[in-house]
Design a binder for this molecule. Structure first.
Ligand code: RBF
Ligand code: MG
Length: 309
């Protein structure tokens, strides 16, 4: 699937598209409803379907010091949008120029001029333009004036509550990966490049694939039952420590995954690790023997939980 730059003009094959406008970071049930509508309308009209997303996120621009909150990387979003039937992804680099555009200028210069949209689909809470002056009512009026269709999709509820990225973040921070997965329709997954590590894990009988958490939201630190996807598509069950490893000096924040029944070198590979179950918080151990006994118990519990999943 093609990645288009929201800072430039969209090329001819993608003009006239139905564009899902939003951020779609988690690509949760609510986001899927918006994108699903854009894809369905595009197919019905014989037009391309495009999904917009911001990178970096506007929140990073306005609050550069805010804590990490990302639920997906751009690469993960690209795969999810493609699976949902989109023909292209339009990436808006959020910068001073975009932040200072009025709602009218955003519609006239970007949506119509640069992207040549046939229609836009948003959530009903979508806002746009300088100081968020535009809402879906204004977008509909601008569409009438400038010649594009607009659809506002209502939020999706699950278990009596509206599905939102903030609810998903709360679940993950509280160590409830299964509740987060229900809203996401898939487990929260961290994708990254496997780093070289201290070889201590190997000595303990638990060689781990270690990854940085980069811009991802920090889920509750602790031990997780995980499922990893390797670069070649193989899927492996395992158990992981996500956190700072309080038994070791200096503390280093990592996701360290041990995969069952696997003996290969993953160093330098890009892998994706899904958090399935939260088993316990990290603990400080006084001896490696004590840690090893606990790791054996963790591995057994993780195997059980994954066998049921
Ligand atoms: N390190 C800790 O300091 N405390 C822990 O509770 C802890 N639990 C772990 C559980 C599992 C299943 C795994 C794979 C690792 C755990 N570690 C823990 C980290 C482990 O000590 C790490 O692999 C070593 O730092 C060697 O890289
Ligand atoms: Mg290790």
């Amino acid at each position: 699937m093609q990645r288009l730059d929201g800072g430039s003009a969209v090329p001819p094959p993608f003009r006239g598209a139905i564009v899902a406008l939003g951020n779609f970071d988690g690509f949760h049930l609510g986001h899927q409803a918006v994108v699903g509508r854009a894809v369905a309308d595009a197919h019905a009209a014989g037009r391309p379907a495009i999904v917009g997303t911001f990178d970096p996120h506007p929140r990073r621009y306005f609050q550069p010091q805010s804590e990490h909150f990302r639920l997906t990387t751009l690469d993960q979003r690209q795969r999810l949008f493609a699976e949902a039937g989109a023909d292209a992804m339009l990436v808006f680099p959020f910068d001073a120029a975009l932040a200072s555009l009025s709602a009218h200028a955003f519609a006239a210069e970007r949506l119509v001029g640069a992207y040549g949209v046939g229609g836009v689909v948003t959530g009903i809470d979508f806002t746009f333009g300088k100081a968020r002056q535009g809402d879906v009512a204004m977008l509909a009026a601008l569409g009438e004036e400038l010649g594009f269709s607009t659809v506002a999709v209502p939020p999706v509820a699950l278990g009596g509550e509206t599905v939102s990225s903030s609810r998903i973040r709360e679940h993950l921070k509280a160590g409830r990966p299964r509740d987060a997965a229900a809203l996401l329709t898939r487990p929260f997954a961290i994708e990254g490049v496997v780093e070289g590590g201290a070889k201590l894990g190997r000595q303990l009988g638990y060689p781990t694939a270690n990854m940085r958490l980069t811009h991802y939201l920090r889920p509750a630190y602790g031990i997780y039952a995980v499922r990893g996807r390797l670069a070649d598509g193989r899927v492996l069950d395992g158990v992981a420590n996500l956190g700072i490893r309080p038994s070791f000096d200096p503390p280093v924040e990592l996701l360290e995954s041990y995969f069952f029944d696997f003996s290969g070198d993953l160093y330098g590979q890009t892998i994706e690790v899904s958090l399935i179950d939260y088993l316990r918080p990290e603990a400080k151990f006084d001896s490696l023997d004590a840690l090893k006994i606990q790791m054996d118990a963790d591995a057994a519990r993780a195997r059980e939980s994954l066998a049921r999943t």
